[in-house]
Design a protein around this ligand. Structure first.
Ligand SMILES: Cc1cc2nc3c(=O)[nH]c(=O)nc-3n(C[C@H](O)[C@H](O)[C@H](O)COP(=O)(O)OP(=O)(O)OC[C@H]3O[C@@H](n4cnc5c(N)ncnc54)[C@H](O)[C@@H]3O)c2cc1C
Length: 1279
């Protein structure tokens, strides 16, 4: 759940109400301050006007609203509502396309009531001061005027949202000579009614919406109206309008003392009144921000995207300051953004980047010659702006009709087209607009889902347990239903079968992260809730029919799960498939359960069927329709065949189909019934649709289309026909718009596209292609794993859709397979282009998407080939760059490049990265550290490592060991470990006791194997000669820590556990130095020797080698430590303690005996294996069993353990040192005749081969051995 903040909303107009609603939806605590006594703001018509009608006296008494009595909206109805709460047509309301202001006030009151906002408003309370105390602490001072008394209050809020409106403070244009002009002057803010201007000559300045309306209004009473305008190309002329008394002129040139007003076109009039329709000024008299927010030339600055002042964001925000846009949707979208930013669900760029975006906007205005006072004008970029904000909050873009409708209305106003409101015809938009309710419902559902998502109870596990609970409720309700009978028992058995499926899902909860599965499961939840409601309160259909339908609906929803389950196991799919089949095939016996139809007064279907049977009705044309509507499966089948006949034989025509309402009837029957009938129905519908636009229109109903979509999960033939029909219908725009939104449709089409049925696949492909013209559909397709349209948009879409796609891509949970397909489909290039050439938002979304794609090595190669590297480095290192937010994804991508390529092994890159470390955010630091580690780890990077150390890398990294951010600490440790490999001495110089203790502490507390491995590895890199370090490790009980690490580390080997094993084996070597028996005893006492033996069998050859080195060092001292059998013992050890190699009593802990420790067998296994890294160390260890006094015992023991052959095998490997050791051992072994006889022959060929092709240093030993084997004379000149 997001953060909940206490917020003051100032103003209860459109913006304040909407902001409060969105804040509530995000669980914020809201207080609304409103200086008026009701909600509605501008839309509260107030006959009073300012005490100074021109509105320039700062001390004047003011009225807030600027409405005139006759005002009707200047935008059509569909643009006057919120996104999910359109302006409805109500009974007895104002039905006009552009309703009067009263209708708007009614609407706002209803909105406030419906969302429980009225209770939050402090009425008659004017905010007089808003002052920041701390970044998230605002003092709000207000005065409440009620019943003649005034009360002042001060309250503290975490955030303030300013919604005080932008149309109350007049902006008055300068007119030369106006001071002496004797007439009446007023601003349009104070114009209410035309009567006071009866018979007057009125001059009106302006050419906006108010000038247009007021000129027509005042003209009804005035004698003449003269409009002075700055509009270009205006000539003096009389306008064609109702009263025939309006003229237009160029701008006023001068106003004279005698009442004359002259215009720049040379004309003049003697005027009584001048009305200034010259617009409004932003005015926030209550705001004290120490200059952080100012208003200059009507620019509120600085303002990120017209909402957030960067320095005070997000704690101060403004809603509704944009102009030249449809206010309702814009404030709705802005409010959603503010609410989510405050709850922490959506983040803003940092201050620097916000400022950069603002400056970019100013620069563009300047370049295009746009005056400053138009800073907040959105037209013609309103759609782009709104979609951008929507993308920030993860919402779909606006429907396209909105932009076009707004543009058309504006054209009517600027063209001063009289009567445009009543001539308005939105037929062009009808299709889209008539679905406004539908869209609003979808949006509403979106919010409900969002709100549910807010509630933590809705995690995948909770969702499943809710479903299981619902299932139990349904089954127990069904069993205890008052309508007894087998039907309910069967029903409850079927529903009960869901439980094991939900349980399986619970065990594989990660599947639920896959959005299509989650959606499908949610829809199943909906059906179960419906089932519950149906049992409690059955509808009017027969109960059996309802249950049957319910079961089929559950089956369909389960089908969705099946379709969405691309990655689940085959077993699980089979399980779901079996239940789905059971559900879809379930038919209930209608005679067994009493029908509740008597409750409803409807005639039950059974009664109809029976009546048909009784009457023995035959199938003439009239009966066909009856049977189509009411017949049972068999009768329906007959009727359908009959229709086919009638159509084929041309006995009926299209009129009959229309008159009898055959199409709706068929869709109705399609939702249930036998598979065979459904197939005929779709065949018939396809034939009706073929070349018949009228019939297609009839099928375009969203309910019919949903029914058809359900057929996409039925058997193969039905699926094929259904997709065919959908494709035929998709010629209609309305159909394309609708089917994409039908739940599960796109997922199913993608599944069909990838399926085996070539016809269905082809048609599904075509249909997806047709649907992809809608960006939202393209996104759904991508979520379902079909990326082609998304890639197409990235390549060729508008800037906005590119950003939309890239943003979606950056948030998608992709599998590596999807990443690979996206890479292959050419996604990288357009994203790189966006990054290189786009604006800030484009760059950011593109980089984030690339970051997501770059976790696949193949894509990293593509990125490198695209040439992005130079720009990424430039971005990262540029000191002047203000593009901080871009650095996070940029550094992440660089880390991936560094990981998979040696391309960055360039001394300067690493050094510059190093220098950025302390200047970056934790996320970037972590990426930089990872990149540096990858660079430094490269085998050819020794110079880079050296230079890094010269530049103080170790000292720079040490403070990171204290980091609380585990990722960063881990990355720093790894880098330290890598850097310490080359020159361990530097560790002794630079790391003191404190550092060692910190590292030990990390080992004991870290939960990450990789971090532990790096930390142990770092300790292992301390030079063995550093006695101080060894002492510190002893004092801190390091060995017992290592033992517990080894015993607790997981038995299944992963890269991380292998690394840990290697590091542990490495650090133990320092405790086994043969010169320090005391230390060896200490190590043995800690129980380390069995661990070393265990490491001989680990997965890592490095760990094996290191363990063998330690064991060899220990075993060197065994002959001197064993107790002779003649020694005097306090208690006699058992004969088992006698060692066959060392010849006395041997113990693992006391004599470090390899034989007693069971180390010889795993050592021999290493020699027999395929990896050769540990050979030398193992042979050294075995050689300790052949030391002078005990060599014969040792040879026999190795022979007994079947080790001779393994040692001979080593001769064939390429490692000279190991060969040297093996030869030394064999020389001793072949001194024993028995072994010479048994193994000499098998050694011969290898020895001769080695003599001929091996290293020259080995030759003399080989000669000795061959002589031993009597294959060569001693002192032979052969070599
Ligand atoms: C003449 C005219 C015609 C218009 N026609 C249309 C149209 O046809 N279609 C359209 O979409 N838009 C139209 N508009 C724009 C209209 O302003 C918006 O539709 C909408 O009303 C703006 O809402 P708001 O909440 O931003 O501001 P307002 O409606 O002005 O609400 C601001 C609220 O804040 C309160 N307030 C201000 N200061 C304080 C304070 N210090 N303390 C407490 N409360 C305070 C005010 O009392 C008011 O209730 C028109 C505007 C005008 C002036």
């Amino acid at each position: 759940m997001g953060k909940s903040v206490r917020v003051a909303v100032i103003g209860a107009g459109v913006a304040g109400l909407c902001a409060a609603r969105e804040l509530l939806r995000e669980n914020h605590r809201v207080v609304i301050f409103e200086k008026a006594d009701r909600v509605g703001g501008t839309w509260v018509y107030d006959p009073r006007i300012d005490s100074d009608p021109l509105g320039i006296d700062p001390m004047r008494e003011t009225a807030h609203s600027s409405l005139y009595r006759s005002l009707r909206t200047n935008l059509p109805r569909p643009l006057m509502g919120f996104l999910d709460y359109p302006l409805p047509e109500r009974e007895n309301g104002d039905p006009r396309a552009f309703p009067g202001h009263e209708e708007m006030l009614w609407f706002l009151n209803k909105f406030a009531q419906d969302f429980g906002l009225v209770e939050l408003v402090k009425f008659n309370t004017e905010v007089i001061r808003v002052d920041q105390q701390r970044s998230d602490e605002w003092l709000v001072e207000s005065v409440t005027r009620e019943s003649g008394s005034v009360t002042a209050s001060r309250e503290v809020f975490e955030a303030v949202v300013v919604c005080t409106g932008s149309f109350s403070e007049p902006d008055v244009a300068a007119v030369e000579g106006i001071e002496k002009w004797p007439g009446y002057k007023l601003h349009s803010h104070n114009y209410r009614v035309p009567e006071p201007f009866r018979d007057q000559i009125v001059v009106l300045i302006g050419y906006g919406a108010s000038a247009f309306d007021i000129s027509r209004d005042v003209a009804t009473e005035a004698k003449e109206v003269h409009i002075a305008t700055r509009k270009p190309d205006v000539e003096v002329r009389k306008l064609e309008c109702h009263n025939n008394n309006i003229w237009q002129h160029k701008m006023i040139e001068h106003a004279y003392e005698d009442g004359a007003v002259s215009f720049q076109d040379g004309s003049f009039v003697y005027a009584d009144t001048i009305i200034y329709c010259t617009g409004y000024k932003y005015h926030f008299p209550f705001l004290e921000t120490n200059g952080m927010v100012t208003v200059e030339e009507n620019r509120v600055e600085p303002m990120y995207k017209h909402v957030f002042p960067p320095q005070l964001a997000p704690w101060l925000s403004f809603i509704g300051i944009t102009i030249k846009n449809a206010v309702f949707p814009v404030v709705d979208i802005q409010s959603k953004w503010v609410a989510r930013v405050l709850s922490g669900k959506v983040s803003l760029p940092n201050e620097e980047d916000m400022m950069a975006s603002i400056n970019d906007h100013y620069r563009q205005m300047e370049e295009n010659g746009v005056p400053k006072h138009f800073t907040h004008a959105l037209h013609p970029y309103a759609t782009e702006y709104q979609n951008w904000v929507l993308a920030q909050i993860g919402m779909p873009p606006l429907e396209e009709w909105r932009g076009s409708m707004y543009a058309e209305s504006i054209n009517c106003i600027t063209a001063m087209q009289d009567g445009y409101r009543d001539q308005w015809n939105d037929a062009r938009y009808w299709e889209a607009v008539s679905h406004q309710d539908e869209i609003a419902t979808l949006m509403f559902e979106f919010f409900i889902l969002e709100i549910m998502a807010n509630m933590e109870i809705n995690g995948p596990a909770e969702l499943l347990s809710e479903l299981i609970e619902s299932t139990h409720e349904v089954t127990s309700l069904a069993q205890s239903s008052k309508f007894e009978g087998r039907v309910f028992t069967e029903f409850s058995h079927l529903v009960d079968k869901f439980v094991p499926i939900f349980n399986d899902l619970g065990e594989n909860i990660k599947f639920m992260d896959h959005p299509p599965i989650r959606k499908a499961i949610e829809s199943l939840g909906k059906e179960l809730r419906r089932a519950k409601a149906m049992i409690i309160n059955p509808g009017s259909k027969t109960l059996v029919k309802q249950i049957e339908d319910m079961v089929h609906d559950l089956g369909r929803s389960l089908g969705l799960v099946l379709f969405a389950s691309l990655e689940v196991s085959a077993d699980f799919k089979d399980k779901i498939g079996a239940l789905q089949k059971d559900l879809m095939n379930a038919r209930f016996d209608r005679s067994s359960t009493p029908s509740p139809s008597h409750h409803s007064g409807f005639i039950s279907e059974i009664e109809v069927e029976e009546e048909i049977k009784r009457e023995g009705i035959s199938l003439d044309i009239d009966d066909v329709v009856v049977q189509l509507k009411h017949g049972n499966d068999e009768e329906l089948n007959l009727a359908l065949l009959e229709v086919k006949e009638l159509i084929g034989g041309k006995k009926v025509d299209n009129n009959w189909i229309g008159n009898e309402g055959v199409i709706p009837v068929l869709f109705n029957r399609l939702s249930s019934g036998k598979p065979a009938n459904r197939l005929i129905i779709i065949h018939l519908l396809r034939s009706f649709a073929s070349d018949n636009a009228e019939n297609k229109e009839k099928m375009a109903d969203v309910g019919f289309l949903s029914t058809l979509v359900k057929s996409l999960i039925r058997d193969e033939e039905e699926r094929r026909e259904a997709v065919g029909l959908l494709l035929d219908l998709s010629e209609l725009l309305a159909v394309r718009r609708r089917i994409g939104r039908i739940q599960g449709c796109i997922v199913m089409l993608v599944a069909l596209l990838n399926g085996d049925d070539s016809v269905a696949s082809r048609n599904a492909g075509k249909l997806l292609n047709a649907l992809s013209s809608n960006t939202q559909n393209a996104l759904h397709m991508a979520e379902a794993g079909y990326f082609k349209p998304l890639v197409q948009y990235l390549k060729e879409g508008s800037d906005m859709s590119k950003i939309l796609m890239a943003t979606a891509l950056s948030r998608m949970e992709l599998t590596d397979q999807s990443r690979a397909s996206l890479g292959k489909a050419g996604t990288i290039q357009p994203l790189v282009r966006m990054f290189s050439t786009g604006k800030l938002e484009a760059k950011l979304s593109a980089l984030n998407a690339l970051q997501n794609l770059s976790s696949l090595t193949e894509n990293v190669q593509r990125l490198i080939s695209s040439g992005i590297l130079a720009s990424l480095l430039q971005l990262l290192f540029s000191v002047t760059s203000v593009l901080m937010t871009l650095r996070e994804p940029a550094s992440a991508i660089l880390a991936r490049i560094a990981e998979s390529e040696s391309i960055l092994i360039n001394q300067d890159v690493a050094q510059q990265m190093l220098s950025l470390l302390n200047l970056s955010s934790p996320v970037i630091q972590n990426h930089l550290l990872q990149a540096l580690n990858s660079i430094a780890s490269h085998s050819s990077a020794s110079k880079v490592r050296k230079k890094m150390k010269e530049n103080g890398a170790i000292q720079l990294l040490l403070p990171f060991l204290m980091e609380t951010n585990i990722k960063t600490r881990n990355s720093a440790l790894n880098l330290l470990y890598t850097l310490s490999k080359d020159s361990p001495e530097e560790l002794t110089e630079q790391l003191g006791e404190t550092h060692l203790n910190i590292i030990i502490n990390i080992i004991s507390s870290s939960t990450s194997d990789s971090e532990k491995a790096a930390a142990v590895g770092l300790l292992g890199n301390f030079p063995i000669s550093d006695k101080k370090a060894t002492d510190i490790l002893r004092r801190s009980n390091f060995l017992s820590l290592v033992v517990s690490l080894m015993t607790s580390s997981s038995s299944t080997s992963t890269t991380k556990t292998s690394l840990l094993a290697e590091s542990i084996a490495g650090v133990l070597i320092r405790f086994t130095s043969p010169l320090d028996k005391k230390l060896q005893h200490y190590l043995a006492e800690q129980g380390v020797i069995p661990l070393l033996v265990k490491l001989l069998s680990s997965e890592s050859p490095v760990a094996k080698c290191r363990a063998a080195i330690s064991l060899a060092q220990l075993s060197q001292n065994s002959p001197f430590l064993r107790k002779s059998r003649t020694s005097r013992w306090l208690c006699i050890p058992s004969t088992e303690a006698v060692c066959e190699v060392h010849g006395g009593y041997c113990f693992v802990k006391r004599t470090f005996c390899l034989v007693k420790a069971g180390a010889v067998a795993p050592m021999i296994q290493i020699l027999e294996g395929e990896e050769r890294e540990a050979d030398e160390a193992v042979l050294s260890a075995l050689a300790t069993l052949l030391q002078d006094e005990i060599w014969e015992n040792g040879c026999n023991y190795i022979a007994k353990m079947s080790g001779i052959q393994a040692i001979i095998k080593v001769l064939g490997s390429g490692n000279v040192k190991a060969q040297e050791k093996a030869l030394w051992i064999l020389e001793r072994i072949f001194n024993v005749e028995e072994h010479r006889v048994n193994y000499g022959e098998s050694a011969q060929a290898v020895l001769i081969d080695l003599a001929q092709h091996g290293d020259s240093r080995l030759k003399s030993t080989i000669a000795k051995l061959l002589a031993q084997l009597e294959l060569l004379q001693f002192q032979s000149s052969y070599f």
